[in-house]
Design a protein around this ligand. Sequence first.
Ligand SMILES: [Zn+2]
Length: 677
Amino acid sequence: MDKHQVQQRINKLRELINHHRYLYHVLDKQEISDSALDSLKKELFDLEQEYPEFITPDSPTQRVGGKALKEFKKIKHPQRMLSFNDSFSKEDMEDWQARFMKLLSESQKNKINYYCELKIDGLAIELIYKNGFLETGSTRGDGNIGEDITQNLRTVEAIPLKIDDPPSHKATAGQGKKDLIVRGEVFITKKEFKRINKEQKEKGLSVYANPRNIAAGSVRQLDPKVTASRKLDSFAYELLTDFGQKTHEDKHKILKDLGFKTNKHNKYCKSLDEVFKFREHWKKEREKLDYEIDGIVVIINNNEIFEKLGVVGKAPRGAMAYKFPQAEATTKVLDVKVQVGRTGAITPVAVLEPVQVTGITITRATLHNEDEIRRLGLKIGDTVIVGRAGDVIPDIIKVLPELRTGHERNFKMPTHCPSCGTELIKLETEVLLRCPNRNCFAQRKRNFYHFVSRTAFNMDGLGPKIIDRLLDEGLVQTPADLFELKEGDVKNLERFAEKSAENLIKSIQEKREITLARFIYALGIRNVGEETAIDLSKYFGSINKITTAKLEDFDKISDVGPVVSKSIYEWFREKDNLKFLDKLEKQVRIQNSEYRIQNSRLKGLSFVLTGSLESMERNQAKEKIRQLGGDISESVSSKTSYVVVGLEPGSKADKAKKLGVKTISEQEFLKLIHPVK
Ligand SMILES: [Zn+2]
């Protein structure tokens, strides 16, 4: 981008962010997720860091959002209430440290250490005590002026209405002080969140999107009785009154002594490395807390240095919110390419400017098909919201047309296969275009990738690059040829070391023994996934019986529909396929009795997994269920017994709720498969 383009981008980002902030803070409406909005703010912040000449006072980075609602009395904050800039990676944090270090003297640099707090998904408040009694409580508002919500905050049990004398040995300078200014957070527990939403539903009212919305909605009730019915909780984290505190940690100690509730998990960290450990720890343990956190807040512990560093825009320079990985982020679509799948299906794929989503950098997102591109209204060059649900491939959730420059291009699906040039066809029953050429190089390549993949022959060490070269050199025609490869064939390939040639051959030769289900799956029959392969292996027991089965035999298997039956049946009628099968059977040994069911504890139960599990891979979990006699299904139906909900679950969890299917956590699932003896 040249400078002019940067300025335009900055302007458009500001408009869009302001629009969504207004919706969210003033109208209590939400059109895009918190993480997508954070991602836009982050881009704006980074651009302004790089081009400070474009910072204007009305930028969202310079102002805390949220105009005061009309219904409440206004309260002017004695000191501006700031919020924090966001970081998402170690690099962001290191950049931050490098930026402020430049402003410090050598002796100050040596005094840098941090105080880390859990970043609670709640609402910031200010409490002012006069003569020992709570006089006013207010929201942050626009940072300068907030809403008077004193009556509502009085109903929050964790907020003291009267403060005691601070113990003299702990805060001598402030002894006897009864006027003070304290800041903190009001929030709602996960349990209360569920309860209130259930109640809303029963009353036919709309449900809240997240605990913060409820907390915000509850403290801004015009009737304090409603607030009181909603068991809000509160932590104090900032003390503006001088009690002689030297560090941020001191403030927390004094607040605690004064009778405020402080968070016991907050921690002093002497370096960024310790900060990173603190965040890692809470990223893993956050589920165990009874309230939601979306990251940590990192504050320079030394108050003098913190004050000296001052404010940039809306945030203190000496503090940073270090957020957990986001389920959604915004990025740009650089190009749209088409991919030729194993079965000839043509899928458009968006090439993205690299972006982190749930802690993983993604560069591509599937667009599924032409209809999906039309539904999204996507053009090449657009800014989009991308997300990952569970362990699925990233998806484009929404296009942000507000950020267009006019240089975006429409994408047109090709009419011919980009790999072999054959004209593409569209089958009546499908939305996808297909390359009908069976010898299409791209399809053959994909078939190889599938054949060696973890859930098929599991030949580790045989990555796409090596397969491409073996095919290019004509060393293999079909995957069955892999077993005939000799060290000498591979060693002569350019840039192939002797040692790795030896390892490669070894990893192929080790895989000559395979279960029937994996064998069927590896064949790459259209519409035959892992589950269908297992069903086929259980039903027929040998590959021979499948080869000679009639079309109606497949229909008899439950879970196998007519489309799948037809594609299996037809696969075994193709001459080339039978030749391949024949050759392959000579190379491998198929174990026919596969699932030696250990016991039938889970017999009759069917499971759906969604999200990632922490204690085991998804495949291991599936294997375990099958060994105990249970069934796995890919989609939730009323017949599903349990939906196991892991981290970052997908839509399956919602569907289960809708259908009233029981959902269980990973812990509950583990108890089910390993009951305590
Ligand atoms: Zn082709």
